[in-house]
Structure formats: C-alpha cells, structure tokens
Design a protein around this ligand. Structure first.
Ligand SMILES: Cc1cc2nc3c(=O)[nH]c(=O)nc-3n(C[C@H](O)[C@H](O)[C@H](O)COP(=O)(O)OP(=O)(O)OC[C@H]3O[C@@H](n4cnc5c(N)ncnc54)[C@H](O)[C@@H]3O)c2cc1C
Length: 471
C-alpha cells in the first residue's frame, strides 16, 4: 500500500483521472506480452509531459517507491511486470510528433507514440524510418528504444539503435537530461544515448527521442524460396551475404511455422517444405532487379524446390504480413505460447535450427522456429499449456538448453527482445561476471536506490549452465 500523501501528490501532478489504483487498472497493468508472469502494481500513473514525469520521479524518489515505465506492454521478457509493486507509468499520453526536420532529416517525438503511426506519418512526408518490429502496430517508440527492437528490415537497415541520435530522459531523482542531438557526429564524453537504448526502463524514463530518417527506397521486390533441405536454405542465407548482396529482408520459417502461417493467412504455401526464405530487396529499380536475379540463381544453385517472386506490391505485402503474423498464428495452437530469440552468427543458422529440433525432441515439446535469418536471429516458439506444470517444466529445460546452444555457437541469449525478468538468470552466461559488475556499476550510478524497473536485467540468482547431453 502506498502512503496516501504520495498518492495525493501524484493525483495533483497528473490530475485526478490520470492516477488510478482501482482493481481494473491494477490488473490490466500486472502483466505484459510474456506468458505466465503477473504481479500487481500499487498504482498506475499516466503523465502528459516531461515536467510531470520529472515531478512524479521526485515524489517516488522521496517515498522510495519503484516505478515501471510502460509503453504498450508488448515486450516478451517480462519487462513491464511490476515484480516489486510500486507504480506503473504508462507513456501513451505522451504521443506527439514534435517536429519533422526536413533539412536535417530527423524527427523529434514523445516516446509514447505508436511505432506504426510514426512511420506512416514520416512516409506521408516522403521519408523513411526503417525499424519495423512485427509488433509495430501496437508497440511504442519508447518501448522500441528501451528494448532496442529489431525487425524484418534489420539486416540492411540496422535496428532501433542505429536511428536514435538524441534523447531526453528523466533520471531516478527527477532530473532531466538531454543526450546527443540532431547531430551525425558527437563524441562529447560517453555515449549516453546508446547506453539508454536497450536499457529496459532500468536507467531512466525516456520522454523524447530524436530519430534519424532516411530517403525511402524507390522500388522493392519480394520473393519466396522454398526448400525441402533445411541446410540448402541455410547455405542460401550465407551465400547471399557472401556474394555481397544485402537484402532488405531475409526471413526464415521452418516447417511447423509454414503450416500454421498458411492455415492462418491462406497463402497456399507448400506444406512439405522444410524451410521457406522470404526475401525482399529494395533500392533503385536496376539494383533491385539485378539483386533479385542473383538471389534467384543462388537459390537454384542450392536446390530450392520452388521460387516465387511476388507479382505486385499487394502480393508482397501479403507475404510480409504472413511472416509478421507467425507469432499470432502459432498462438492459436495452444493456450500458452513462449517465444524466445536466441541469436547466432548467420553462418550457424542451420546448426542452431537442428539443435533446437533435437532439444525439442529430447524434452518432448512442440517448438516451431522462424526469424530473421539474415541477422542470425531465430525465434524458437513453444506452444504449450501453462496449466500443465510438468510440460512447462520440460519447456523451461528445453529453452535453457537452447540458450546454452546459442552461446556455444558464438551467439547470444537475446537478439532483440531484451533480458527483462525471464532472461536475467542467464545474462552472466553471455557477458561474464566482470561484465555483470560493470553493468551493476552503471545501474548504481543512474539509480542508486534501485527504483527504476527493479528485478529486471539483474537476477537475484544466476542459473548454473547445464551440461548438454548429446547422446
Ligand atoms: C506479436 C509480437 C511481435 C513482436 N515482434 C517483435 C519484433 O519483430 N522485433 C522486436 O524487437 N520485438 C518484437 N516484439 C517485442 C515487443 O513488441 C518489443 O520489445 C517492443 O519494442 C515493446 O514496445 P512496447 O511499447 O510494447 O514496450 P513495453 O512492452 O511497454 O516496454 C518494454 C520495455 O521498455 C521499457 N520502456 C517502455 N517505455 C519506456 C520509456 N519511455 N522509457 C524507458 N523505458 C521504457 C519498459 O520498462 C520495458 O522494460 C514483439 C512482440 C509481440 C507481442
């Protein structure tokens, strides 16, 4: 229970109707996109501007009450579950595009804006903001920044971090800092902008962002390459890059994913394929034609069983949407869907997929895999039922082994979804004890009283590495 003097102060700051502690609001903000995690906050606050965020933080610091910043709660790592109670700060009211600067090709936004609304706006002005997480119709720019989200265009255009050049953020003590700016070059001290990108709400509340925009590509072409041989598909990915072709999109779906996506999107995909690559190139029409032709040749060389080039934009969008809906399609199979994002060097994609399949078999669980093949970023997705505790235990064991396998293959435990709560016990596997100490030091410098999203990134206990039985 919060001190009533504090709740009165919060109500004064944001206005009566923008502080809530009724049961409906508390339950609605007790969970996020991550299955099987729930914890009630003590209150929910909806600030309208940076000054209010600053006043809220000052009040919370005085009363030592934790705060979880929240965009749309679509994250998949338990990042917005208020495990230590306190306040959930919802950023949706701070959703204005403050400026699109046509001279500097930048946009300044409040971070509660929905990603797809922002990208549609800049596109209407003839500009392009490439980061495109599949959740972009619901996610916020603030959530994208705090998770450093990637998307289908990551291979060629990079991820959120490559487009954030300046930030305004409110510290745990309520002070407001500005980092970076409308600058393409800036080496004045430590790069706090990059440090805050991917900080998962644990270092500061990000209130405004200056985002880099680029000219849009003048044409695009999309194709599907279908393989009965998984290795053929994986070799195709490596060979495309080796041939110095960087497609805008290079996505992978395995057979179980192909089946559910086809059932969901009714595309008439061949269900006997082991893997499908969805490939898109963009740029000037000549380069696009040439690259698509060369990619087709590589696919043929690697014995693709079928290659379809989208006839028009409408058809291409349908294919892209189908891939974007892979998670939703899989979620229809069973009551609980657990999606992970183990990432390996792209040359190890086939090894990783085979390892995932072996691990799924070993633990007798259903795991479908899709993902950003060009980035080596795979999404092994378990379809299960949270009520079946014994099966859930096996799924957890399988994922632990999948993380271990990713690290063994030179990869990481998360490529784009963040550490949050669910991967915190595994973080040390990736960055080592010394790396953890440095991160703890950074956290301490920003947030000495551990009020910003406590319980995330830093686990109370690090999981012991399992010994993989290859028998
Ligand atoms: C169907 C589906 C598809 C997805 N596809 C992708 C994908 O392709 N690529 C990808 O990378 N992710 C994907 N995600 C995961 C998720 O959508 C992203 O992590 C997204 O960026 C989260 O945005 P959000 O606004 O929902 O943030 P939230 O879930 O609300 O918050 C995420 C984290 O950011 C922090 N945060 C939020 N706003 C702020 C702020 N203003 N200041 C400081 N911290 C803040 C929170 O505390 C939390 O730690 C997907 C999720 C779903 C459900």
């Amino acid at each position: 229970m919060l001190d009533t003097k504090l709740t009165q102060r919060l109500r004064q700051i944001v206005g009566e109707k923008f502080y809530r502690d009724d049961q409906e609001a508390l339950v609605a903000h007790s969970y996020d996109g991550t299955p099987m995690l729930q914890s009630l906050p003590d209150g929910v606050v909806y600030p309208a501007n940076t000054a209010q965020v600053s006043e809220i933080m000052k009040a919370l610091a005085e009363y030592r009450v934790p705060v979880v910043s929240r965009g749309s709660g679509s994250n998949l790592c338990g990042g917005t579950v208020p495990v230590e109670g306190g306040i959930v700060m919802v950023m949706h009211r701070m959703n204005r595009i403050l400026e699109v600067d046509m001279e500097n090709l930048t946009a300044t936004v409040q971070t509660g804006i929905i990603t797809a609304e922002f990208t549609a706006h800049v596109e209407s002005l003839g500009l392009f903001y490439p980061p495109d997480p599949s959740s972009m119709k619901i996610s916020t720019i603030g959530g994208n920044i705090a998770e450093c989200s990637g998307g289908l265009r990551g291979l060629k255009y990079g991820t959120t971090k490559d487009y954030v050049i300046g930030l305004e953020a409110v510290l745990a003590n309520g002070e407001i800092i500005r980092t970076g700016g409308k600058l393409m070059k800036d080496v004045a001290g430590y790069d706090l902008t990059k440090l805050l990108v991917g900080s998962e709400g644990t270092l500061a509340i990000i209130t405004e962002a200056i985002l880099k925009l680029v000219p849009p590509p003048s044409s695009k072409k999309t194709m599907l390459a279908m393989f009965k041989d998984l290795y053929g598909a994986a070799r195709t990915v490596s060979r495309i890059i080796e041939m110095k072709i960087i497609p805008a999109t290079l996505e992978f779906m395995d057979n179980p994913t192909i089946r559910v996506v086809d059932d969901f999107a009714k595309l008439g995909l061949p269900l006997d394929m082991e893997a499908i690559l969805l490939i898109e190139q963009d740029g000037d029409p000549e380069t696009v034609e040439r690259d698509i032709e060369r990619i087709r040749e590589i696919c043929e060389f690697e014995k693709a069983d079928r290659i379809d080039v989208a006839e028009n934009r409408e058809h291409a969008e349908k294919l892209l949407t189908a891939r974007r809906s892979a998670f939703t399609a899989l979620a229809r199979l069973k009551p609980t869907t657990i999606l992970e994002d183990a990432t390996v060097p792209r040359s190890r994609i086939a090894d990783m997929v085979l390892r995932i399949n072996d691990i799924a078999k070993k633990y007798d669980v259903s795991i479908a895999t899709f993902g950003h093949a060009g980035d080596g970023n795979l999404h092994p997705t378990a379809t299960t039922d949270a009520r079946d505790h014994e099966e859930i235990h096996r799924v957890e064991q399988a994922f632990e082994e999948i993380f271990e396998a990713a690290i063994e293959l030179g990869g990481t435990i998360t490529g784009e979804h963040g550490v949050g709560l669910v991967k915190a016990p595994f973080l040390e596997w990736k960055i080592g004890a010394a790396g953890m100490e440095v991160m703890r030091g950074i956290k301490q410098a920003f947030d000495p009283n551990n009020l910003l999203n406590p319980g995330k990134i830093f686990a109370k206990e690090t999981r012991k590495r399992v010994v993989i039985d290859r028998g």
